[in-house]
Ligand binder design. Sequence first.
Ligand SMILES: *Cc1c(COP(=O)(O)O)cnc(C)c1O
Length: 397
Amino acid sequence: MADMEKKIIYLDHAATTYVKPEVFEVMKPYFDTEYGNPSSIYSIGRSNRKAVEDARISVAKSIGAAEPSEIYFTGSGTESDNWAIKGAALALKKKGKHIITSNIEHPAVLATCEFLQKQGYDITYVKVDEEGLINPEDVDKEIRPDTILVTIMMANNEIGTIQPIKEIAQVCKKHGVLFHTDAVQAAGNIPINVKDLGVDLLSVSGHKFYGPKGVGMLYIRKGVRIESLIHGGHQERNRRAGTENVPGIVGFAKALELANINMEAHYKKLSSLRDRALKGITDRIPYTRVNGSMEKRLPGNLNISFRFVEGESVLLMLDMKGIKASSGSACTSGSLDPSHVLLSIGLPHEIAHGSLRLSFGEINTEEEVDYLIDALDEIINKLRNMSPLYEDFTKGV
Ligand SMILES: *Cc1c(COP(=O)(O)O)cnc(C)c1O
């Protein structure tokens, strides 16, 4: 095990992933030899245009879209979420100003809704149960004549829970309300078929499934009108201006294609590593709890709370042993507030504070998982032995 001390054990794939070599390979030409602007008419421009359009066809196929023209490339998952929500809000403001979302969304959705609230929109937050799941009937109950959009994530970035998107889409359809889902965590981990799901708008981001950072996609079902947010040239069928990130788009499409081909093996491998970690940790370390449903969950996600410890201390001590994990969302780290997701599923503040998110990926091994279990056992013991709360607890005070 001594040689593993120097190695990095990356268990934060929900924050971002490395770019697969096959993906990097197809991106390369568009940085040097094939550097033309897709809007130019000479040959290296045209070859870039073709690369973008081929990527669009490939992505449409990967997510089961009816037509490639329903695929819009963006600069991130965050941009896709902003576009879907603000774009719908602006396009439909004459019909109404009511939007429904959930209380466990990613900040890209929550902060966008807060912004719209300041602009006079009315936001309803549907609550999840203690398993971290949304009941479609609760969405149904909240829909009003002035409801213009429902936005609920497909899979959660902190606890990995998978929502009943198809059922929620049916509820929205029944009422004639647009439905957007943030599928950034879901893509590459579980199958996505927009036609089968019945969604109107769906966001995805390249760097969560072994593709490049800084490229996202918004699926806009044919016939759905949303306002554009970025104005300028004629790119993306006049709906999202700005010279295309050609290498990024090419890499995005390749990564999504590979994810679809490998999905079964990926699911098997990640869930087996995750279950090995879960068993090892709960067998060896008392006073722990797993957060979120184990059945409706992404394969690589494990979110555990350890009583009597601070999550931040656990993270720092894991880092010293080469293990890279997270206390929840990368976007909220640095703040001292406990995770809004963990509070939503009913965890008290002090337990939410002692939580750890492990997100496994394709490079991880069983050996790494066993090293993690040993490391965690040692760290949690050390921290608890320094904790006055734990001392009181063991003395039965
Ligand atoms: C990572 C993430 C985003 C943001 O995507 P970026 O491409 O990093 O902007 C949005 N939603 C969820 C659920 C995410 O996990």
